[in-house]
Design a protein around this ligand. Structure first.
Ligand code: F3S
Length: 70
């Protein structure tokens, strides 16, 4: 079964500021490329929390996604 994420980091937009990682260490980690990525814990997140998370990124790199079809 495919992993279904509901938040994603757009690597082209992420500036590696680390805000998401300090605020939500359960959901994000820093990749070797200096860009954030979501962890396996980044699923089944409350809708309001998702909005908060998306709004927390100064580079607007965090996107909500309902499935992994992209
Ligand atoms: Fe990148 Fe935004 Fe996180 S710039 S490190 S996705 S807060």
């Amino acid at each position: 079964m495919e992993y279904m994420a509901i938040i994603k980091v757009d690597k082209n937009k992420c500036i590696g500021c680390g805000m998401c990682i300090s605020l939500y260490p359960d959901f994000f980690k820093m990749g070797a490329d200096g860009k954030a990525r979501t962890t396996n814990g980044a699923k089944d997140i409350d809708e309001n929390k998702v909005k908060e998370i998306v709004a927390s990124c100064p580079a607007a790199a965090i996107k909500k996604t309902s499935d992994d079809s992209s």
